[in-house]
Ligand binder design. Structure first.
Ligand SMILES: C[S@@+](CC[C@H](N)C(=O)[O-])C[C@H]1O[C@@H](n2cnc3c(N)ncnc32)[C@H](O)[C@@H]1O
Length: 218
């Protein structure tokens, strides 16, 4: 029987050393985030970023929507592998981190491929829906309180057979600990149960980073 592994920092580094090479601007963003203290953990893990890149290449994904961009690591990682005609639309309400992200995108010559729409994500998702926009892949990584709403809107915005990915679904592992019942852990459990019941999608939870749900719209 295969035993599940506990992925600590050492093992994560080993995986990194034996799987992929980072682009210089990915490295710059990681270095920048590392200096921010605790909030550096907002960024997705390198393994998640590489998984996104493989998924994009395997499925010829061109149009991506990202909900929650921070300083740009996940968006840049995806931007590096989409084809020339590809586009990434990012939604975030923080002007300061969005300006920092835009600077990194410019440095990587990616300002034409990636744009950030500032403001509360839910308003901009409604606008995108009104404009009849469709995406091959949507990545949800913003405020957890609105995950259900983001998921519902994403289902409308993603093409048939397209992907919706959702970060932080294992919430530091707390979701399976009966002694952890704080607001966000409870919210994440409710969200995971809600996704499980939804038969408009095929889905699984991958133990990458803080837990990543991958859904395919059927
Ligand atoms: C976990 S971080 C995103 C990390 C990013 N994907 C990365 O890998 O670097 C969450 C982001 O969501 C944004 N955010 C939080 N609430 C939001 C809202 N209501 N609407 C839009 N963005 C929001 C925050 O400003 C923050 O940049």
């Amino acid at each position: 029987m295969i035993k599940n592994l506990k992925i600590d920092e050492k093992l994560e580094k080993y995986i990194a050393d034996h799987s992929y090479k980072l682009h210089p601007i990915q490295k710059e963003i990681i270095n920048y985030n590392n200096k921010l203290g605790k909030i550096k953990k907002l960024q997705i893990s390198m393994t998640q970023a590489y998984f996104f890149q493989l998924l994009i290449k395997m499925n010829n994904i061109k149009k991506i929507l990202e909900i929650g961009t921070f300083t740009g690591f996940s968006a840049l990682s995806m931007g590096l592998v989409i084809p020339k005609t590809g586009k990434i639309t990012c939604l975030d309400l923080n002007k300061k981190t969005s300006d920092i992200a835009m600077n990194f995108f410019k440095k990587a010559n990616m300002e034409k491929k990636i744009k950030i729409i500032l403001g509360p994500a839910i308003n901009n998702l409604k606008k995108l829906q009104k404009e009849n926009k469709k995406f091959d892949m949507i990545f949800i990584d913003a405020d957890k309180e609105n995950y259900k709403k983001y998921f519902d809107k994403s289902l409308k915005l993603v093409k048939k057979n397209g992907y919706i990915l959702i970060d932080n679904v294992l919430w530091k592992g707390d979701v399976s600990d009966p002694d952890k019942n704080d607001r966000l852990t409870t919210l994440m459990r409710e969200f995971n149960s809600f996704i499980k019941r939804d038969d408009r999608i095929e889905k699984t939870i991958l133990p990458l980073g803080d837990g990543l749900t991958i859904c395919r719209k059927v």
